[in-house]
Structures are given as structure tokens and as C-alpha cells.
Design a protein around this ligand. Structure first.
Ligand code: TYD
Ligand code: MG
Length: 375
């Protein structure tokens, strides 16, 4: 939240169904210190279900009141009686107000309920959290229309098949965005992950081709992330391209650059890309690792496991510097990496102790030569 909860703030928590939004908010609600009163309104689950979840989380009740209700006018009757400091509404799609003649979940209901909740937050000084479901295919009709009304937008994301979750602030009127929290969904709720790099690197005995490690930064946090690529002959006239955890258009762009600048012949190859751990990475510094993973798989040469990568790649194949190199290098060093491929440009001011660790490259072709060399 950028250092604390501002009274009267209006916060949207969006994410796919089943990702853990209710768990996160109930866990937060139950852990807020006793002198704060929380009203957790659920239109999604029964009181019994909420009680079972709270028991599963192993948290003893504090000053958290639970209300199962979807009619906003009745909810406001309860807030008037209870006078909470914090209100959680789970979810915006289930709420309705009689001020509008439309069914719950419709755009007009969502807008009107949000407007009323916002007014309530601003007038009373109560901080209001609303949960909103967002579908995977980017169909954001619903919560997306709220993004401009609220002060803060947090996205809760991750792959449901993996335990890891990232809470990402995408808009914050009261603090910096780009901040993230990393959690693991366990049998008894969400636990904070203290050392993400150590878990995100898949543990392997032998080095396989097609994997490369990127030294990324998520918010202020350095994180080593494993990129996996599979390049194989296609059985179709149009080769397949797919990316999990990475922007597909960016992958296509990087593949086009590889073809043009390194002569890689990918037009008859399927290319699949995956970010290990089910995370989505936005940091452009991952580009170089994507390229390295594709080259490694395409030529079936494993990369040295002590190598990692941190640079952006431009359209002409130039390798661009990335922000906070010192921090990335420190994390890489801590985890035992011995050679970090970075841009030849932007090395000014680098801590001298890192000089022996870096492998500066200026073009994709240089990278290609460096990693193709027999070790
Ligand atoms: P939930 O919070 O209901 O998701 P959302 O509100 O975003 O729809 O959580 C969904 C999943 O989390 C559900 O499949 C069960 C799982 N879960 C755990 O693995 N451990 C737990 O302690 C809890 C409470 C839930
Ligand atoms: Mg829920």
C-alpha cells in the first residue's frame, strides 16, 4: 500500500476467480490489530463457509465483523450501526442497489455501487476495499471500468496450478506503483515468500538446453527468474508461437530480431516460452534471457548454469542497459552466479567488485558467439 493505509482510501483488488482474493482479504482482515474495527461483507460465501475458511487460516478473531449481504442499502445500514474503520466488499459483482434497475454484476450496477462506496469512503474516512473478478482473456468489463474511480488498484495474479501469487500495485494515488508482494498459497492460507529467487529457480541436477536465468527486478525487489524455451520443427504451415508469463507480441518481436540480426532460421520452428513458477514478468531486462533460452534450445546447447542475463533488446539487435544493475548483480552474486551478461553501455558507476562478474555485450551477435562457444 506504499507505506500504510490512508484513511478514506478506496482500493480495488482484481484477479481471476479462484486466485485467492477472498483468502488474502480475510487473512488481512483477521490480522489487523484489535483497536481497528473491520467489516467484511461477503456476497459470495455463506457465514458457515467464511467461518471454515477462517478456521483453516488458523487465525483467532479480532475485531472483524462478518456480514453476508449483497444489497448495498442494507450494507450501509450495518456500517452505520457498526462504525467500522475498514470495510471489505467481496465482490463488487455481487452487490446491487435499488437506486438502479439492473441486475447485480451488470455494468450499471457495478458503476453505481462503486460510486456509492467511494462516496461513503470519502465522507466517513473509512478505508474501503472492493474485490473484483477479472477474467484471464483480458475481458475486464467490470472491474476495469472502476480503475479510474478508485485510489489504488492491486492485481492478484499467478497461475492457479502453481502455489505462487504476486500482488502487484498497478495504480496508487498515495504511493509508488511497481511494488509487489510475493506469496505462496498453502493449506492454511497465504504465506509471504522471503527469498523468491531461491524458489523460482527450478532445482535440477543436469543442465538442459533451452533454459536461461534472468536477473529481474519486480518493483524494488531483485528476483532471479528462469526462462524456458522450446524450439522445435513445426508440423504446420504457420509455426506456433506461445508464451506463458511473457508478452506474446514481445516474443514475436524478439524472434524477428533474432532472425534478422543473427540469421536464426525460425520460420519453420514452433517456439514455446514459459516463465518458471507461473509468474508474469514485465521487466524488460528479461529480454536477453529470452533470446538466450531460444538460442540454446534452437541449437540444443545447454547454457552454463552459472550464467545469467540482464538486458533489454532493441529492434536493431542492440543490447540496452537496464536500471539498478548493482542490485541485480548483488542478487545474482548472492545466489552463486559467476557471469552476468549485461549491456556494454551504461556500465558507468558500477561497483568495482562486480567488474570481474560481468560479461558486457553490445549486440545479439556478440551474445550468440559468447554462449555458443564450447565451455
Ligand atoms: P479464494 O480466496 O476463494 O479465491 P478468489 O476469492 O480469488 O476467488 O481461494 C481460492 C483457492 O485457494 C481455492 O481453490 C482453495 C485455495 N486455498 C488454499 O489452497 N489454501 C487455503 O488456506 C485457502 C483458504 C484456500
Ligand atoms: Mg472470492
Amino acid at each position: 500500500m506504499g507505506g500504510g493505509l490512508v484513511p478514506g482510501s478506496f482500493v480495488l483488488i482484481g484477479g481471476e476467480p479462484g486466485i485467492g482474493k477472498s483468502t488474502l482479504m480475510l487473512q488481512v482482515a483477521l490480522q489487523i490489530p484489535g483497536e481497528q474495527k473491520i467489516l467484511y461483507v461477503s456476497g459470495e460465501e455463506s457465514g458457515q463457509q467464511l467461518k471454515m475458511r477462517a478456521e483453516r487460516l488458523g487465525l483467532t478473531p479480532n475485531n472483524c465483523y462478518i456480514l453476508t449481504e449483497t444489497h448495498l442499502d442494507d450494507i450501509f445500514a450495518q456500517t452505520a450501526a457498526i462504525q467500522p474503520d475498514i470495510l471489505v466488499a467481496d465482490s463488487i459483482q455481487t452487490l446491487y442497489t435499488s437506486a438502479i434497475d439492473a441486475s447485480a454484476g451488470s455494468i450499471s450496477q457495478i458503476k453505481e455501487c462503486a460510486a456509492q462506496l467511494q462516496r461513503y469512503a470519502k465522507e466517513s474516512g473509512v478505508s474501503v476495499f472492493v474485490i473484483g473478478h477479472i477474467t484471464k482473456d483480458g475481458n475486464l468489463a467490470g472491474p476495469k471500468i472502476l480503475e479510474h474511480i478508485v485510489d489504488t488498484v492491486l492485481h492478484f495474479e499467478g497461475d492457479r496450478n502453481y502455489g505462487y501469487r504476486i500482488l502487484r500495485s498497478v495504480k496508487n494515488r498515495f504511493g509508488s506503483t511497481n511494488e509487489i508482494g510475493i506469496y505462496e498459497m498453502q493449506g492454511n492460507g497465504l504465506r509471504q515468500v522471503e527469498n523468491p529467487s531461491e524458489i523460482l529457480l527450478s532445482q535440477r541436477e543436469e543442465q538442459l538446453s533451452g533454459t536461461a536465468i534472468a536477473a529481474t527486478l519486480e518493483g524494488l525487489r531483485p528476483m532471479m527468474v528462469e526462462v524456458q524455451a522450446l524450439v522445435s520443427p513445426t508440423a504446420y504451415t504457420v509455426p506456433q508461437r506461445s508464451a506463458t508469463g511473457f508478452d506474446l507480441r514481445r516474443l514475436n518481436m524478439l524472434l524477428a530480431v533474432l532472425e534478422k540480426r543473427c540469421g536464426a532460421r525460425l520460420n519453420q520452428k514452433d517456439v514455446f516460452l514459459n516463465i518458471a513458477g507461473g509468474l508474469r514478468v514485465d521487466d524488460p531486462a528479461i529480454d536477453l534471457a529470452v533470446i538466450a533460452a531460444v538460442l540454446s534450445s534452437g541449437q540444443d546447447i545447454p547454457l552454463n548454469p552459472k550464467y545469467c542475463f540482464a538486458a533489454e533488446v532493441g529492434l536493431t539487435g542492440e543490447i540496452r542497459p537496464v536500471s539498478r544493475l548493482d542490485q541485480r548483480l548483488a542478487e545474482a552474486e548472492k545466489l552463486g552466479f559467476e557471469r552476468i551478461f549485461v549491456s556494454k553501455y551504461g556500465l558507468k558507476g558500477l561497483e568495482p567488485r562486480f567488474q570481474s562478474k560481468i560479461a558486457p555485450v553490445a549486440t545479439l551477435f556478440e551474445l550468440f558467439q559468447a554462449i555458443s562457444k564450447p565451455r
